[in-house]
Design a protein around this ligand. Structure first.
Ligand code: UTP
Length: 296
C-alpha cells in the first residue's frame, strides 16, 4: 500500500465571503492567533507525514509563496539580536527546499478544477487534499489528516473523506454522506454521497469537512468533467463517479472545525486557538471574561 507523501492545498479561491479584508490579502493569510490560517493547515499535513505540498494558487496570492520561503535578512537580524527562540520557530515552520510546488489555476473554475491543476505534480500516487480555510482542531492531539492516515492504513488503502456532525436543518449547505459498514472506530464505508440535500432527504447529518485522501484515478474523471452546480467543476461529481469503481470511507473527525472563510468561523477559531495556547490563555481568558461580562 502506497504511503501518502503529497498533499494539495487549493488556495486560488476569491474569498468573496470575507471582503473587503480579502481584496488585497489572500484569505489563507489571515491570522489565527499568530500564524496565517494556511500555516496551521500545513502544520496539520506535516504532522500526518506529508513530505511535499502542492499549492494551487491564483493571481494576487504570491505572498503565500513568500511566507513559506526563508527570509535571510530577517533571520540575520533576529540572530544578531539574540532572538533564538523566534528564529527556531521560523525555521521549524519553513518548508525545506524542493518540498513545495506552486501551480496556477489561472481561472477560478471550482475546487474540482483546482485539484486537476495539480495532476502532473502529484503523478500516479494517492494524495491528501486539505482545504486551507477549514481549520480542524483535534480533541486528542492527533491531527485530522493523521486520523485519516490511520484509517487509510486500517482499510488497506481506498479513498477517505473526513466528516463531522452539522445541525440537521443545515444539511442543504454541505456535501452529506450516508454511512455503510463500520470498519474501525469512527471509520465507515460510505454508502451514499449527496451534495446539499434538504433535511427531509438527507441520508445523515454528517458533512464533508475539507480533508480527503484520494486515489490518482480521480484526475482522469476530473479531466472529462463538465461544469456542475454553480457553473463550476465540482470535486463531488467526480468522487461520485469514482465511488462506482473504488472504495470510499468516511472518517468522523474527533475535534472541532472552524470555517475561516466565513467571518463567524474565523472569529471563533481565533478565540478557540488562543484559549488553547497556555502562553496566551493566561492573560486572554480574564480579558475575554471581563469583556463578556461588561456587555459593551
Ligand atoms: P470556497 O468556495 O470556500 O472558496 O472553496 P472561495 O471561492 O475562495 O470562497 P468564497 O465563497 O468566495 O468566500 C474552498 C477551497 O477551494 C479553493 C478555495 O481557495 C478554498 O480553499 N478554490 C475554490 C480554488 O482553489 N479554486 C476555485 O476555483 C474554487
Amino acid at each position: 500500500m502506497t504511503h501518502i507523501r503529497k498533499a494539495i492545498l487549493p488556495v486560488a479561491g476569491l474569498g468573496t465571503r470575507f471582503l473587503p479584508a480579502t481584496k488585497a490579502v489572500p484569505k489563507e493569510m489571515l491570522t489565527v492567533v499568530d500564524r496565517p490560517v494556511v500555516q496551521h493547515v500545513v502544520d496539520e499535513a506535516r504532522a500526518a507525514g506529508i513530505e511535499h505540498i502542492v499549492f494551487v494558487t491564483g493571481r494576487n496570492k504570491g505572498v503565500i509563496e513568500d511566507h513559506f520561503d526563508r527570509q535571510y535578512e530577517l533571520e540575520a537580524t533576529l540572530s544578531e539580536r539574540g532572538k533564538h527562540q523566534l528564529l527556531d520557530t521560523l525555521r521549524a515552520e519553513t518548508l525545506g527546499p524542493g518540498k513545495t510546488s506552486f501551480t496556477r489555476q489561472q481561472l477560478p473554475l471550482g475546487l474540482g478544477h483546482a485539484v486537476w491543476c495539480a495532476r502532473d505534480i502529484i503523478g500516479n500516487e494517492p494524495f491528501a487534499l486539505l482545504l486551507p480555510d477549514m481549520l480542524h482542531k483535534p480533541r486528542n492531539g492527533k491531527s485530522c489528516l493523521a486520523q485519516m492516515v490511520d484509517a487509510y492504513d486500517k482499510a488497506g488503502g481506498g479513498n477517505h473523506i473526513a466528516v463531522y456532525e452539522v445541525p440537521m436543518d443545515q444539511t442543504d449547505q454541505y456535501g452529506i454522506v450516508g454511512l455503510g459498514e463500520n470498519i474501525a472506530e469512527r471509520v465507515h464505508r460510505i454508502a451514499k454521497m449527496v451534495e446539499k440535500p434538504k433535511k427531509e432527504v438527507a441520508p445523515s447529518n454528517l458533512a464533508i469537512s475539507g480533508r480527503y485522501i484520494l486515489q490518482p484515478e480521480i484526475f482522469d474523471l476530473l479531466e472529462t468533467q463538465e461544469r456542475g452546480a454553480g457553473g463550476e467543476i465540482q470535486l463531488t461529481d467526480s468522487m461520485l463517479k469514482l465511488a462506482k469503481k473504488q472504495d470510499f470511507y468516511s472518517v468522523t473527525f474527533d475535534g472541532s472545525i472552524y470555517d475561516c472563510g466565513s467571518k463567524l468561523g474565523f472569529l471563533m477559531a481565533n478565540v478557540a486557538y488562543a484559549l488553547a495556547r497556555p502562553d496566551i490563555a493566561e492573560t486572554f481568558r480574564p480579558e475575554l471574561d471581563a469583556l463578556l461580562a461588561s456587555n459593551d
